[in-house]
Design a binder for this molecule. Structure first.
Ligand code: CMC
Length: 381
């Protein structure tokens, strides 16, 4: 069988969670268009939809929200462990370790017990934002802030992170960002989650493996690099020159390109609108003009190859306006994507077969071991 690097175009599972049309630029979660969900739904309702397969009725939603609210706190042991992490470490590494540590506290591994599955889902969705916010304060030498029960999910996260209650518009826009990032079929971190799930390990290990995969700059980590790139470009008039240099030196433009889309990522369009809403209310980010110039100039140079802005291109500008530090952009992505990972975890367990692909061996042919004194040095060979 021919090798397909990066498994491009190779189906490795069936899934009923999310559908992408990369030519039309459409995305649906469980059949609902992302445009509708991002306007009408909340993150917790969308998470419920993704994980359990349908929109909750009012009572189911109230129960789910209440359960998540009840489990937001993390053990002082987790907080103490985080205090031992180096303050200079990347928050994604802190999150990966903290998520994995939950497996020590809830270690029954009863993945065929529906109550265990429900509790694990609730705990992970509830505690990941608390852990992200806690590490942010801990690395500044402060004590983490406890969650506030009178604040909804997104408002509470922003409060724990920034130490002040945010404007309701900011909290709503953040919640909409979480909806947009919650699921995206078999991207690298979700594939990682499914591979880990297929071994029947616990859900905390599943999420920890996915967090580690999301951290890379070709995946979730790109949103950090986009702002660095915009700042390096500096002014809209420099966009064309920067792109010409990058393209001739075979450097990727961060926040552009996608394995699935040949048009602008629908999430990028919505995020751009959210950025404009925020700027209208709280003042413009000067890098927005640079971003628009990059998008326009890139269309001229890369559009014919189907390379357009992806979800990471405008998200950083939104997050920066919300007061989120740059190295927390990817952990914020993880807060949201945990919903998709857990949906895939459940789906994988529903029809599981351990992932064990094959390889094409390219090493040396069979040979015999040689005693150390008879081996040639590099200069003799
Ligand atoms: N800038 C310039 N050229 C690009 C870019 C880009 N961002 N993306 C792809 N290309 C070119 C690439 O040079 C290659 O050209 P050629 O055929 O002439 O050699 C062609 O397009 C195919 O590229 P590829 O790297 O083989 O495509 P891929 O499907 O393996 O990669 C990608 C997809 C997202 C990793 C890639 O587009 C990329 O590295 N983008 C920049 C990083 C980024 O923004 N990542 C976020 C992805 S979306 C959110 C997420 O997954 O978290």
């Amino acid at each position: 069988m021919a090798l397909r690097p990066g498994l491009e175009g190779v189906p490795v599972t069936q899934s009923a969670i999310c559908d992408i049309d990369g030519l039309k630029g459409t995305l649906t979660y469980r059949g609902f268009p992302i445009d509708e969900l991002s306007v009408h739904s909340s993150f917790l309702e969308t998470a419920y939809l993704l994980i359990w397969g349908d929109l909750p009725n009012p009572q189911q939603l109230r129960d789910f929200e209440a359960e998540v609210q009840m489990h937001r706190r993390v053990s002082f042991r987790v907080r103490d462990m985080m205090k031992c992490f180096p303050a200079t470490g990347h928050p994604m590494d802190a999150l990966q370790s903290s998520a994995a540590s939950l497996g020590l506290f809830y270690s029954r591994r009863a993945i065929d017990n529906p109550q265990y599955v429900y509790d694990a889902v609730v705990r992970l969705i509830a505690k990941i934002p608390t852990m992200v916010a806690a590490f942010q304060l801990i690395r500044k030498g402060q004590d983490p802030i406890q969650p506030r029960d009178d604040l909804a999910y997104s408002a509470n996260f922003l409060y724990m992170l920034t130490e002040r209650e945010q404007d309701p518009l900011a909290a709503r826009i953040f919640d909409r960002c979480l909806i947009l990032h919650a699921e995206h079929s078999l991207n690298a971190s979700t594939f990682s989650a499914r591979v880990t799930a297929s071994t029947l390990t616990d859900p905390y290990a599943v999420v920890a493996s996915a967090v580690g995969t999301l951290a890379g700059p070709l995946h979730g980590g790109a949103n950090e690099d986009v702002l660095a790139m915009l700042e390096e470009i500096g002014t809209p008039t420099q966009a064309g020159t920067y792109l010409d240099n990058a393209i001739s030196n075979k450097r990727k433009i961060m926040g552009f390109g996608h394995r699935e889309y040949r048009v602008k990522d629908p999430r990028a369009t919505i995020l751009q609108g959210l950025a404009e809403e925020l700027f209208a209310r709280f003042g413009k980010d000067e890098m927005y003009d640079v971003a628009q110039a990059v998008e326009k100039e890139a269309a001229l140079r890369l559009g014919s190859k189907g390379i357009y802005p992806n979800v990471d291109f405008y998200s950083g500008l939104v997050y920066r306006k919300l007061g989120i530090p740059r190295d927390l952009f990817t952990p914020v992505f993880a807060i949201s994507r945990v919903a998709g990972w857990l949906a895939h975890w459940r789906e994988q367990l529903g029809a599981n077969r351990i992932f064990r692909p094959s390889q094409i061996y390219t090493g040396v042919n069979l040979r015999s071991w040689v005693p150390a004194e008879e081996r040639k040095t590099a200069s003799e060979t």
